[in-house]
Design a protein. Structure first.
Ligand SMILES: [Zn+2]
Length: 385
């Protein structure tokens, strides 16, 4: 049967533009025609705009707000549109913070240098971000996705740091602003069923959400909307039948499953990696399983197969599952898939216009409500006249 569970491109297009589309589409409809996003509307009204994510800036969710392509895989083109497409002579996005430096460097036409020429600060660590004075900034803190917050070096900004920096810049425009902040790696960690990674990123998102509510409490004209494009992994708390979930076990962990898998796949000693990453008991029988999986993976690597080889992918999944079984079992966390699931997701809203977010809503309704919010926005409409 046809896919009837959304990916981030179609889900993002729905809540950025108010239109449903096919999986993989970046703000284009079923006929590949461009759909206007709420960020583009904000820019038309003279507001400042920002995109903040822990994934690559060219990943589906940030992409749907400021580019229009028929496939989410065309990341070079997405980054090029961020630079080339203008509204009223201005770049669409004033604040770009996240991962994916490789799409802004010399492999893709030195977009970063072009942004710099146009007045953007270029930053690549937390100190530089905090010192940035320009109202416009391009910050890329890793080549691809940013490392999970539990594993990240301290030079990296957290999601809340990026959000706060974005707010301090966008806030200067008296016509207001639109800012999208994505806790992207909740999904990235849920795909391989990594509960430690998921909770690391949920914690990061919670801090950013709290910070946005604090901002809205002192800026009463601000609407905050928090939602998800879909759920991932079918994560269940209280696996089994004893009505217990044990988050304390997860709190004791020192690294995510993704991190430990990467370390072992890169050739480090499994026992050492587990010892450094695990905060709860790791059964010795399970250690044998990890060692065997590491050995199988190494054999494939020695044959010259790379990450794109399906056999390597399968062996890596096996290794990661072996690493994660004890924390999933001890915390009583269950999973049903390595993909997305189709159940409803929660949406929370705060501030003016928030009463429109209630009951059972289509994902397109979020965008419609935000378009309405801009239509009713006295500040920017008055200033436009
Ligand atoms: Zn996903």
């Amino acid at each position: 049967p046809k896919e009837n569970v959304t990916d981030s491109a179609a889900g993002g297009t729905a809540f950025a533009t108010g239109h449903k589309t096919y999986n993989g589409a970046i703000s284009v409809d079923n006929n590949k025609k461009a759909l206007k996003s709420v960020l583009e509307q904000a820019k038309e009204q003279g507001k400042s705009t920002g995109l903040v994510t822990t994934a690559e800036l060219t990943d589906a969710t940030p992409a749907v707000y400021a580019s229009h392509v028929d496939s989410r895989d065309k990341k070079d083109e997405i980054a090029q549109q961020f630079y080339n497409d203008k509204i009223n002579g201005q770049h669409k996005v004033d604040v770009l913070l996240g991962g994916g430096s490789k799409y802004f460097g010399k492999e893709n036409g030195n977009l970063d240098k072009n942004f710099k020429k146009d007045g953007y600060d270029l930053v690549s660590n937390k100190t530089q971000l905090l010192n940035s004075q320009s109202d416009k900034v391009l910050g890329t803190f890793s080549e691809k996705d940013m490392p999970l917050q539990i594993d990240a070096p301290s030079k990296n900004p957290l999601l809340v740091d990026m959000e706060q920096s974005a707010l301090s810049k966008l806030d200067k425009n008296n016509k207001g602003f639109f800012l999208m902040v994505e806790g992207a790696s909740i999904d990235k960690a849920a795909h391989p069923n990594d509960v430690t990674g998921v909770m690391s990123e949920m914690g990061g998102f919670e801090k950013a959400f709290q910070n946005s509510i604090d901002y809205a409490k002192t800026h009463k004209d601000t609407l905050v909307v928090a939602t998800a494009d879909h759920s991932t992994g079918g994560m269940t708390i209280a696996k089994g039948k004893d009505y217990k979930w044990n988050p304390e076990a997860i709190h004791k962990m020192k690294h995510s499953g993704m991190y430990m898998t990467k370390e072992i796949a890169a050739g480090k000693d499994p026992e050492k990696v587990i010892k450094e990453g695990y905060g709860i008991d790791f059964p010795s029988k399970q250690m044998d399983k990890v060692k065997q999986a590491a050995k199988d993976l190494r054999k494939l690597q020695k044959e010259g197969k790379d990450d794109k080889d399906p056999k390597v992918a399968e062996a890596t999944t096996k290794l990661q599952n072996a690493i994660q079984e004890p924390i999933n079992d001890t915390s009583h966390t269950g999973w049903t898939t390595n993909g997305h699931t189709g159940e409803d997701v929660n949406t929370y809203a705060y501030g003016p216009g928030s009463s429109k977010f209630k009951g059972n809503m289509e994902n397109t309704k979020s965008a419609q409500n935000i378009f309405d919010f801009f239509k009713n926005d006295v500040t920017s409409n008055q200033n436009q006249q």
